[in-house]
Design a protein around this ligand. Structure first.
Ligand SMILES: [Zn+2]
Length: 418
């Protein structure tokens, strides 16, 4: 393994942070959704303070913010780095025991606590690039939590390095650690004004070199079919069965296109995923996804037309269509601030990486933050197989992520007119 350009304690910190049980949960009535997240957030507040940061805050919702002060005489825009502390509700994050597989040689990775399981080299194409590196996994019964404690540790490593190397010129750097990303509410109480940055970067992407600047645009549609229910023994000529109308509607949706199971890349879809069925009333919930708003509208028109056609085929029934905005492609916002992505690409190149820009077929905290006024692309953290017992990360990718953060701080300073 090549020694890192910027030596930091990011790996040691990571090994400590994964020991905190910070699993988030759906349907909680508290914020954050679980108290374990606050334990790690307090620890991070303390760690930032012991590094010497003067303005560390933890607000009533658990968000931890801090500033690495500027070392430049120029008026450099404030940039931020974000990571979330919670782990997925889908897999246990309790008693995580990290295992370090040193000097990886292309073998299957085995687990001490589950001898039957293995991360197979043949099934994990990204392992090929890790020959000679140290790889960290969990012990076989839990997830690892690299999503997103790798991002947390990389940011901490960069902070530590910048503070001990004041000769590196950079502007004010804001740090933010957030809860509940995995349950979709990580931005709910994010105080954009208090964060006070021009832009930010989430350190929550997968493979070395990934830079994500595009997400789906998403809406949610509810189609409600109204029928007429009456005693089935006396229903002739009177009953109108809303279940049959809904089934007819579903049958009209395209079968070979426009669905999650038939699309990839930049293709969008219409996806019925929940049905609440009764004779009197049946509602169908659908997700609509595309990368451009016009594409969303087209799909919504299709749903409206086919719902009306289905209702027309059953005299006495009618259809109601309700569309709700979920989130929008962050590219719409980033296009207005080209420096945010340009500077990131330059930082990647200085770290010896070719930025790989690929669309995310989903949303991120960054897509919501971008529309809240904080343009926020996503940078790789090195996480693989996240939300799984087979999660892994290489320490060499973690060091590269630290390098990208530090280079990015330098690029912003250099490109500011003095
Ligand atoms: Zn994540």
């Amino acid at each position: 393994m090549n020694s890192p350009k910027y030596a930091t304690s990011c790996v040691e910190r990571f090994l400590q942070y994964v020991g905190f049980d910070t699993q988030s949960t759906e349907g909680s009535d508290t914020f954050p959704s679980t108290p374990g997240q606050l334990v790690l957030l307090k620890r991070l507040r303390d760690d930032l303070e012991s590094l010497g940061l003067a303005d560390v805050t933890m607000d009533e919702n658990g968000y931890v913010f801090a500033t690495v002060p500027s070392t430049s005489a120029k008026d450099v825009p404030v940039i931020g780095f974000l990571a979330h502390v919670d782990t997925s509700p889908e897999m246990s994050g309790r008693d995580v025991k990290p295992v370090i597989h040193r000097n990886y040689q292309g073998q299957d990775l085995l687990f001490p606590d589950d001898p039957d399981a293995a991360i197979r080299f043949a099934d994990n194409p990204h392992l090929e690039a890790q020959i000679g590196n140290d790889i960290i996994t969990a012990s076989g019964t839990t997830l690892l939590g690299a999503d997103n404690k790798a991002g947390v540790a990389e940011i901490m490593g960069a902070v530590e390095y910048l503070l001990s190397h004041p000769e590196i010129a950079h502007g004010p750097i804001r740090i933010g650690f957030t809860p509940d990303e995995e349950v979709g509410s990580g931005t709910e109480y994010f105080n954009i004004k208090a964060f006070g940055a021009y832009c930010a970067y989430t350190m929550d992407g997968e493979t070395l070199g990934e830079l994500q600047v595009e997400t789906f645009s998403a809406d949610a549609i509810t189609v409600t079919f109204h029928g007429f229910n009456t005693h089935p023994g006396f229903a002739r000529g009177r009953m109108v069965n809303a279940i049959k109308v809904a089934a007819d509607f579903i049958g009209r949706l395209p079968k070979d296109t426009l669905s999650p199971e038939t699309t990839a890349g930049y293709e969008g879809f219409v996806h019925p995923y929940v049905m609440d069925a009764g004779v009197e009333k049946t509602s169908v919930k659908l997700l609509v996804r595309d990368f451009v708003t016009a594409g969303l509208e087209e799909k919504e028109e299709l749903v409206k037309r086919q719902a009306a056609e289905a209702a027309a085929a059953f005299p006495g029934s009618r259809a109601e269509v309700h569309v709700e905005v979920s989130y929008r492609n962050m590219k719409e916002v980033l296009d207005e601030h080209p420096d945010v992505v340009d500077n990131a690409c330059e930082a990647f190149r200085r770290a010896g990486l070719t930025p790989r820009i690929e669309p995310i077929r989903g949303g991120t905290d960054g897509s919501r933050l971008s529309f809240m006024g904080l343009p926020t692309p996503n940078i790789f953290a090195g996480e693989h197989n996240f939300h799984s017992r087979f999660e892994w990360i290489s320490t060499s990718d973690m060091h590269k992520a630290v390098e990208v953060i530090i280079e990015l701080c330098r690029v912003w300073e250099e490109r500011t007119q003095g």
